[in-house]
Ligand binder design. Structure first.
Ligand code: AMP
Length: 227
């Protein structure tokens, strides 16, 4: 890929998917591929909990129960790493936004930063596969079967509506995440490369609820449309 083929703006990629969908693994691969920063809200929260910081003590109970932590905590916590990453090429956010309210706030921040291309990647994985994966990796107090099922329910109620939000406003890339890791990565990278080559308005650079010229676009794996 030549430099000319990539929009010379910060890239802003948002990973959307249920717990266990592979957001972290794929975000890592995407960050390496495009030379941008991987920022994972759940990892930062777990670090705060492990270090018993003020944020950690505030959120521990909610995280352990599989509930979302308050938007204000998340926005404050992410501001610094997002600003730093925006200055160095961009970022792939994993675990944020998780609600339409968070997406709206993030959109305003991105606009203020002059951040260019914004693309949401949706990893679709069937529920039973999510539960199987989560039990296999059992990471901590939020990984018992009851909590896992609750986290998936929270995702369906609070986060899935984001897909419609992004499909309406910006570019949404749909990916079948129930395949081997490398295949999923390949599928995402190919679609992102295609999206980065588009003129800015079509890639979502100026897309938004009030952007009259932007044309929302949705792309998906050729083998399985999950929209
Ligand atoms: P994750 O590792 O992304 O699955 O996140 C683990 C937990 O951290 C979630 O179950 C929530 O309790 C909390 N969390 C992570 N990101 C967010 C967010 N953007 N908004 C609210 N809570 C979050």
């Amino acid at each position: 890929m030549t430099m000319q083929s990539v929009a010379p703006r910060a890239k802003r990629i948002l990973m959307v998917g249920a717990p266990g969908a592979g957001k972290g693994t794929q975000a890592d691969a995407i960050a390496k591929q495009f030379g941008i920063t991987h920022i994972a809200s759940g990892d930062i929260l777990r670090r705060h909990i492990a270090e018993a910081t003020t944020i950690g003590r505030t959120v521990e109970d909610l995280v352990n129960k599989g509930e979302l932590v308050p938007d204000a905590v998340i926005m404050d916590m992410l501001r610094k790493p997002v600003l730093a990453a925006a200055d160095t090429g961009g970022y792939v956010l994993d675990g944020f936004p998780r609600t339409v309210e968070q997406a709206e706030a993030a959109y305003r921040t991105a606009g203020n930063l002059g951040v260019g291309v914004q693309i949401a990647v949706h990893l679709e994985v069937p529920e039973e596969e999510l539960i199987r994966r989560m039990l296999a990796r059992a990471r901590g107090a939020d990984d018992t079967e009851d909590v896992i099922r609750h986290r998936i329910k929270v995702y369906e109620e609070k986060t899935r509506p984001l897909l419609e939000y992004y499909a309406q406003r910006e570019l949404l890339v749909q990916v079948n995440g129930a395949r081997p890791v490398a295949e999923v990565t390949w599928s995402i990278v190919v679609q992102l490369q295609r999206a980065f080559k588009r003129p800015a308005t079509q890639a979502g650079a100026h897309a938004g609820p009030h952007a009259g010229t932007a044309r929302p676009a949705t792309t998906s794996d050729s083998d399985k449309a999950v929209a």
